[in-house]
Write a protein that binds this ligand. Structure first.
Ligand SMILES: [Zn+2]
Ligand SMILES: [Zn+2]
Length: 446
């Protein structure tokens, strides 16, 4: 009799939701169920257990839901498997991307038990379709632990200089002109230096200025840098082809993010430099460029870089850098879960998860694009308000908050008012968070 039961594999990093879904489906009495705590766990269990249906979350550590769908439905996947993506992300783009990755259905969490059961019944009543033949992305290069020299590494840890410098702090679209001179017009790019170790967060148009500064600093010495990309919307990658150190064969760059929603990280970058958009293809860059799809924290000399998924249309991750007793977190772009999906247990756990990720950091670089009034008209665009950023910093006990990803419509004078508001709110919330605006060119020593 057991053999007649349909097999359902559930994947979610929220243990409580995993338990709830398992209870709902078990009550039917006709399903055999196993649980997986993230995408990687699900992929390993699916290969061994060959489920008929996989119900998966999207934003999971180690392997996200899109990549799991792609693997399950690709060659080497599970023949005839059906997939329901159950995500708290209501963005239309996520539904479309999940379907393109192989999902048969998409439901938004929190869902009603009957909604889940109806979808499961419907999909399992269909004849097993033949497994489509989709090309799988090239295998991910295994990560090789590397020794990275750090200036004065023998000195006491506190003496190695660690600093952050902003090269681009505007969100969505670069701006120019007299009204945005003080805060700056370049899009997202932040440099983090830990002794000689050079990390770069995002490749917005600010990366072009960073490249020029590096040529002056390094002269003929080879440059090595590690570039962490939170997501690949234009404002976070547009500076990449204009980063002149890429065109020198002496230089080496490693690009880190997670697997794309439609293929490899490398394919997203090579697509953005296709001949319709840029005259020089990625493959023709003289510098050495390698792409690393993260499935967990990365260690680079004294630095550990970990990531968490953010609430933004498509795939988007935030970073936490820990090095020599100092910590920097980078959360851009992100819409507070409770604000988008309403105040419920799941949203509260998700927002608490982001706070826990940035907990106690020396510097939190956090996107805040809107006032509360502006947000009302831009809900579900995947961005935060000034209140969200300040409250997150205060709740997570961070020392310094750098408000980042300024709206293109916000002039210098408007930004002055927004920042005064942020500082007043930080005071109201206990006065422990130092609140400042990320400004193109600003350096913060840690
Ligand atoms: Zn952005
Ligand atoms: Zn974005």
């Amino acid at each position: 009799m057991t053999d007649m039961k349909h097999r359902i594999l559930l994947a979610d990093d929220d243990a409580m939701l995993l338990e709830l879904a398992a209870d709902v489906l078990s009550a039917e009495g006709t399903y055999e169920i196993i649980k997986a705590s993230d995408g990687q766990d699900a992929w390993e269990k699916a290969q061994a257990w060959k489920p008929d249906l996989v119900i998966t979350d999207l934003m999971m550590p180690r392997m996200h839901g899109y990549e799991l769908c792609e693997k399950l439905k690709g060659p080497g996947g599970i023949k005839g498997v059906r997939i329901i993506v159950a995500s708290s992300k209501p963005f239309a783009t996520d539904k479309a991307q999940a379907e393109a990755s192989g999902a048969d259905a998409y439901i938004v969490k929190p869902y009603s038990p009957s909604n889940l059961l109806d979808k499961a019944r419907e999909l399992l009543s269909r004849d097993r379709p033949a497994a489509p033949h989709r090309p799988l992305p090239a295998p991910v290069m295994p990560e090789v632990p590397r020794q990275i020299p750090v200036a004065d590494a023998s000195a006491a840890p506190g003496r190695v200089p660690v600093y952050v410098r902003f090269w681009g702090t505007r969100g969505s679209c670069p701006v120019s002109g007299p009204k945005t001179i003080r805060y700056g017009g370049n899009t997202a790019c932040t440099e983090v230096r830990i002794g000689n170790l050079l990390l770069i967060l995002d490749c917005g148009t600010g990366l072009r200025d960073l490249g020029a500064a590096m040529l002056t600093e390094f002269q003929n010495r080879p440059i090595e840098a590690h570039i962490f990309v939170g997501h690949t919307h234009w404002d976070h990658i547009q500076g990449f082809p204009f980063f002149t150190p890429l065109y020198n064969p002496r230089n080496t760059f490693s690009l880190y993010s997670v697997h794309g929603a439609h293929g490899s990280l490398e394919s997203v970058f090579s697509g953005s430099m296709a001949s319709d958009y840029f005259p020089i293809p990625l493959a023709s860059l003289a510098g050495k460029v390698r792409f690393i799809e993260m499935s967990g924290p990365v260690t680079l000399g004294p630095a550990k870089v970990s990531f968490c998924h953010l609430n933004h249309p498509g795939i988007c991750i935030g970073f936490r850098i820990e090095a020599l007793g100092r910590s920097v977190c980078y959360i851009s772009d992100h819409e507070t879960f409770g604000k988008l999906n309403g105040d419920n247990d799941m949203s509260r756990r998700q927002d608490a998860g982001i706070n826990a990720f940035v907990q106690g950091s020396d510097l939190l670089i956090r996107e805040a694009q809107y006032t509360e009034t502006q947000y009302a008209a831009r809900k579900s665009w995947g961005h935060s308000t000034f209140d969200d950023a300040v409250r997150c910093a205060a709740q997570a006990g961070v020392k310094k908050l750098a408000v980042f990803h300024h709206d293109p419509e916000h002039t210098d004078d408007m930004m002055d008012i927004h920042m005064a508001y942020c500082r007043a709110l930080a005071q109201q919330l206990g006065g422990k968070v130092e609140c400042l605006a990320a400004i193109d060119g600003l350096k913060i020593d840690l």
